[in-house]
Design a protein around this ligand. Structure first.
Ligand SMILES: C[S@@+](CC[C@H](N)C(=O)[O-])C[C@H]1O[C@@H](n2cnc3c(N)ncnc32)[C@H](O)[C@@H]1O
Length: 223
C-alpha cells in the first residue's frame, strides 16, 4: 500500500503516469537492463543453440512481453516467424527498426492472457523477464498449453528468487516499477511437469535462469 503510493508519487514527479508500467519505462529500458547485468542476446543464442535438437517444430514462436524486442534477432535465427506481443505499445515503439522489420516479425499490441490467437498456433512460447510482472504462473501455464501445438516448447527466462542479488534487484524494481512475483525454476518446472511437460533449467546470469520445457505427449489429438 505504502509502496504503491510511493510509486504513484515517483511516477507523477517523473511525469510518467501512463496506463502500463512499461509504457513509462520504454525510453531507458535497454540501457537500464544492461546496467543491471541481466542476460544478453548472445547468452540466449548459446542456450538455444545447445537446446536446438530439443526445440521441436520451429515455424512460429511467440515472444510474450517482447518489450523493445531485444531478443527478436536471436529468436529469428531459430524460428521462421516471431510474433512479438506486448501490452505496452511504447515498448514495441521503442524497438529499433532493425529488430521489427522484415516479413518474419509480427509485432502485436495485446495482453498475453486475452489476445485472440487461435489455439495451437505456436511451436514455442518464449518469454523473458515477463512472468514475474504478471504474478500469474498458473494462468501462464494454462495459456501456454492452449497456444502451443503438439511437441511445442516453452522457453522462460526468469529471476531466481533464492539469491541475495535477486532480492536486491527485486527491491529496486518494486520501488520504481511494480510488485514482482518471483517463481523458482523448480516451482515452475513442477507446474509444467503436472501438465505433461519434460523440463530442465540452467542459470543464464547472476539473477536469471532459463527453463526449457516440452510437451511429452500429444494432447491436441491427431491431425
Ligand atoms: C521486463 S519487460 C521484458 C521485456 C523483454 N522480454 C526483455 O527481456 O527485454 C516485461 C514486458 O512484459 C510486458 N507485459 C507485462 N504483462 C503483459 C501481458 N499480460 N501481456 C503482454 N505483455 C505484458 C510489459 O509491458 C513489458 O514490456
Amino acid at each position: 500500500m505504502i509502496r504503491r503510493a510511493a510509486r504513484r508519487v515517483i511516477r507523477t514527479l517523473r511525469g510518467k503516469n501512463l496506463p502500463h508500467t512499461f509504457d513509462c519505462e520504454a525510453e531507458g529500458y535497454d540501457r537500464n537492463r544492461a546496467r543491471f547485468g541481466l542476460y544478453t542476446p548472445e547468452v540466449l543464442y548459446r542456450a538455444l543453440l545447445s537446446l536446438e535438437p530439443t526445440l521441436g517444430p520451429r515455424r512460429r514462436v511467440l515472444d510474450a512481453g517482447a518489450g523493445t524486442g531485444l531478443f527478436i534477432p536471436t529468436l529469428r535465427s531459430f524460428f521462421d516467424q516471431v510474433v512479438a506481443l506486448d501490452v505496452a505499445e511504447n515498448m514495441l515503439r521503442r524497438a529499433p527498426e532493425v529488430r521489427l522489420s522484415g516479413p518474419d516479425v509480427v509485432p502485436v499490441v495485446g495482453d498475453f492472457f486475452r489476445h485472440p490467437f487461435k489455439p495451437g498456433v505456436f511451436d514455442c512460447i518464449f518469454c523473458s523477464d515477463f512472468l514475474h510482472h504478471t504474478g500469474r504462473a498458473d494462468a501462464f501455464v494454462d495459456r501456454a498449453c492452449e497456444l502451443l501445438g503438439d511437441r511445442g516448447t516453452i522457453v522462460v527466462v526468469e529471476y531466481e528468487p533464492g539469491r541475495v542479488r535477486t532480492r536486491i534487484l527485486k527491491l529496486i524494481e518494486e520501488v520504481f516499477l511494480e510488485d514482482l512475483h518471483l517463481i523458482s525454476a523448480a516451482e515452475l518446472g513442477s507446474r509444467l511437469a503436472a501438465r505433461g511437460f519434460s523440463w530442465r533449467s540452467r542459470p543464464v546470469s547472476r539473477f536469471e535462469y532459463l527453463l526449457w520445457a516440452q510437451r511429452n505427449v500429444s494432447t491436441r489429438g491427431e491431425d
